[in-house]
Ligand binder design. Structure first.
Ligand SMILES: C[S@@+](CC[C@H](N)C(=O)[O-])C[C@H]1O[C@@H](n2cnc3c(N)ncnc32)[C@H](O)[C@@H]1O
Length: 319
């Protein structure tokens, strides 16, 4: 069923998805977590799904799905596997058996857990980024600069504007390019060497893009101007996207993920016009994110409640 120009919807078991092999550029897989509980929207609602397994059955369920999803993924594609940090062992074991690269993204979904008394509060989900080879599609995405980052990093200022300090000297545990250089009458020759060659450093000096220390034994640094940097490159720790319960988004499903999270995963791994699959899509957040970013998307879920929530999400979008 077509929900918009970009999004279509299937109702059924993920293992029965009927698409050609090597079809999708990205797959976002957010299955039940083996969390030993059942999820409901509220005490008076049955909307949700069951998540009680024994470990062997859960491993079989994950293994069969990973085999199926891998066959649907292009060689250059990315599979993202979303799991809570306390249930990551079985998925990681299965994924490492099927993908050459399995890299965790640590999503800090909330700040604290005030209701936990007898164990450490779990504030992190893991999203395994899985690729078959090194030629996978990857777009560098930037995170917004928060106020704390801006005030702590861009402390210096010159006639061009505020700037932060980028390292020019190689870390002490490594060996860089060995040479000495003189700036403003001071000579610098770091023991561990430089990160760039001498001609490149001379260009920076001539363009007045080098910060000369006032302190006697200080280092030279490259000036990184605020105006020339729209954001900071994303790392594998995402602490700037809050879960639905701590943000402004309406919760449509017990385990719904925030739309910003899906948008970032989509931007990292696809371009406009590419095609994404969410085989256990719950409330269909991935579909809305794809619609916003002009990526084609196939949503699928076994649960009829989820299917109805997805349909209502798209009726709203069209209104
Ligand atoms: C953790 S939820 C997904 C939440 C979703 N990412 C969202 O943001 O709303 C897992 C979903 O998997 C679905 N599911 C479980 N087993 C399935 C299967 N074999 N085939 C398709 N969907 C399945 C459940 O109905 C549930 O909606």
């Amino acid at each position: 069923m077509k929900l918009s120009d970009y999004v279509s919807l299937n109702h059924g078991d993920s293992l029965l998805l009927d698409y050609p092999e090597n079809h999708f550029d990205m797959i976002y897989f957010d299955p039940p977590f083996n969390s030993n509980r059942d999820y409901k929207m509220s005490d008076t609602s049955d909307v949700g799904f069951k998540d009680k397994w024994n470990d062997d059955d859960y491993e079989k369920f994950i293994e069969s799905n990973i085999l199926k999803l891998k066959s649907l993924l292009k060689e250059t594609g990315t599979l993202f596997f979303h799991i809570s940090s306390s249930c990551m062992f079985i998925p990681e074991k299965v994924l490492r058996g099927h993908f050459k690269f399995v890299e965790p993204i640590f999503w800090k979904k909330c700040r604290s857990k005030n209701n936990v008394k007898h164990k450490l509060g779990s504030v992190v989900d893991i999203i395994f980024k899985c690729n078959m080879g090194s030629k996978s599609k990857f777009n560098l995405v930037e995170q917004d600069k928060d106020e704390k980052y801006l005030s702590s990093c861009f402390k210096n200022e010159d006639y061009r504007g505020k700037y932060s300090l980028g390292h020019l000297v190689t870390e002490k545990t490594k060996i860089g390019y060995k040479y000495s250089i003189t700036v403003e009458g001071k000579t610098f020759e770091p023991v561990s060497g430089w990160r760039i060659k001498k001609d490149k450093l001379e260009l920076l000096i001539n363009d007045d893009r080098v910060h000369v220390p006032v302190k006697k034994n200080g280092n030279l640094y490259k000036k990184i101007y605020l105006e020339e940097n729209s954001g900071k490159p994303c790392t594998d720790l995402w602490d700037d996207i809050h879960s639905i319960s701590q943000g402004n988004e309406e919760r449509k499903y017990p385990t719904a993920k925030p739309i910003k999270l899906l948008e970032r995963l989509i931007q990292i791994s696809t371009d406009e016009g590419d095609i994404v699959l969410d085989p256990m899509s719950g409330s269909g957040v991935t579909g809305e994110a794809c619609d916003n970013l002009k990526r084609h998307c196939v949503l699928n879920d076994l649960n009829l409640d989820a299917i109805n929530i997805i349909k209502s999400r798209f009726t709203k979008v069209q209104e």
